[in-house]
Design a protein around this ligand. Structure first.
Ligand code: GLV
Ligand code: MN
Ligand code: MN
Length: 457
């Protein structure tokens, strides 16, 4: 009996191995299934996944149902430990780089070949939900487990990545971990200068979380050339299209170009009763005017693809009977057309300086990030398409209007993204939700895409 079982395993292994070298369609699905793997062999444990999503959501600095998990907070550190433990129990080789990007590797039979990576983030903006980013990390680990259970052995190694601080909440820099991995210039000098709202520097925040490093360590984070042959990120859509159209899978073809600005106005402040209106230079009103100017300049483009948000407006000293002497605002501008986005930023800049002159306040205008868009790799788009077809799932090509670590991974690897529907398109709010069925579909598509890409040598 034992001998028979060993023989079956051997034949299975041979079959899986040999299908990966089909020269007509290397690594891509054959009509009989993915490299002989029938789609119904792929089992996703969506109950366990939901438990993990719920458990991760309990590591939060706000109460349920909202989730707040900010870079290097205690909740973030607990989430990191949780992910490392899960990777470990899935048999992955775990490592962590200088900025806390976490990697779990399933060594392929050709361990020297560039690997196939997948992953996302687990940090969460204040008072948000439990699916953004988390689906792409826990889902990736479950995709690995599902592949493992079929007996599949990867040819190229597979890696799950949990990126540090995709969200810009603490230091204003989005996709911090993936920017560093992609080797973006000036990151070290930016991180030397930044402080959070409590004036804690980046290295101090990292040290408090147990990441003792010299800033020099950051120079070792960038990926070496050809580390990855592909990067695929699974994410909730964060918009309503898939749900409204009843489509299971979104295949991202491009990610819109994001930018963020920080603007500070400073006036003289003073007593709310004693200083008469003509004598005031109210920094708060300057900020309020600028927030309205942001909306005006965005609408002037007459393009539905241009969006602008003033999501932070802080007044100092913040007392009802005190004229604001300082105002800090943060602005987010995005577009699929980079030129048009840049022109909106220029208009906002001109408005800021006109407002400051007219209101006699000091202006400090800073463009924190201004990133180009990214296009998906055709090869990965095709792999996701074939995987969806194989599973009998409807799919559609779409633009990602949100940014993701994929925006930066695209600079060092061919990139692709899989979207799944989420309830009413809600995201960055506590009622963010994706059904177990949609999660399971996304994970299966991810697993089959990883399988095909891993086999393509
Ligand atoms: C990511 O969280 C984004 O703001 O697009
Ligand atoms: Mn987000
Ligand atoms: Mn996200």
């Amino acid at each position: 009996m034992k001998k028979l079982a060993a023989l079956v395993i051997l034949i299975l292994r041979f079959y899986v191995d040999s299908c990966t070298s089909d020269s007509a369609h290397p690594g891509y699905p054959q009509s009989s299934g993915f490299c002989g793997l029938q789609s119904d062999e792929l089992i996703v444990d969506s109950f366990r996944l939901q438990q993990q999503i719920d458990e991760l959501a309990s590591f939060s600095d706000s109460s349920a149902p909202s989730v707040t998990r900010i870079l290097y907070s205690e909740a973030d550190v607990r989430a990191r430990r949780y992910i490392k433990d899960l990777m470990d129990s899935s048999g992955l080789i775990v490592r962590e780089d200088g900025v806390g990007n976490i990697f779990g590797r399933w060594e392929g039979s050709d361990s020297m070949a560039p690997a196939i990576a997948t992953g996302s983030h687990t940090d969460a903006i204040p008072f948000s939900g439990k699916y953004d980013g988390v689906v792409g990390v826990l889902g990736a680990i479950e995709a690995i487990n599902a592949l493992n259970r079929t007996g599949f052995k990867p040819r190229r190694s597979l890696e799950v990545i949990m990126f540090t601080s995709e969200e810009p909440t603490r230091f204003g820099i989005s996709c911090l971990g993936s920017r560093l991995l992609a080797g973006l210039p000036n990151m070290k000098s930016s991180l030397e200068r930044v402080v959070d709202k409590d004036n804690i520097s980046f290295p101090d925040a990292a040290a408090i979380a147990g990441y003792e490093f010299a800033l020099e360590t950051l120079l070792e984070v960038p990926l070496k050339e050809d580390t990855y042959a592909a990067f695929v990120e699974l994410h909730i859509e964060q918009g309503p299209i898939l749900e409204e159209e009843g489509i299971a899978i979104g295949i991202v073809t491009a990610i819109a170009a994001p930018a963020s600005l920080k603007v500070d106005f400073r006036g003289d402040g003073g007593h709310a009763g004693a200083v008469l209106m003509p004598s005031r230079n109210d920094a708060g009103l300057a900020a309020a005017e600028l927030a309205l100017a942001v909306e005006k300049h965005v609408l002037e483009t007459q393009s539905a693809d241009t969006v602008g948000t003033t999501g932070v407006l802080e007044l100092y000293p913040g007392a009802v009977n005190s004229i604001p002497s300082a105002a800090h605002i943060e602005i987010d501008i995005r577009d699929i057309d980079e030129q048009r986005r840049n022109s909106v930023i220029q208009h906002i800049k001109v408005s800021a300086s006109e407002i400051a002159t007219r209101r006699h306040v000091h202006l400090d205008f800073q463009i924190v990030t201004q990133d180009p868009p990214a296009a998906s790799s055709q090869k990965i788009v095709k792999a996701i398409e074939s995987a969806s077809q194989q599973l009998g799932l409807t799919s559609k090509h779409m633009i990602s209007r949100a940014y993701h670590d994929s925006l930066f991974m695209a600079r060092v690897s061919p990139m692709g993204m899989i979207f799944i529907p989420c309830y009413r398109g809600y995201s960055h709010r506590p009622d963010e939700f994706a059904s177990r069925e949609d999660l399971s579909n996304g994970i299966k598509v991810l697993a089959l895409s990883l399988l095909a890409l891993s086999s393509d040598l």
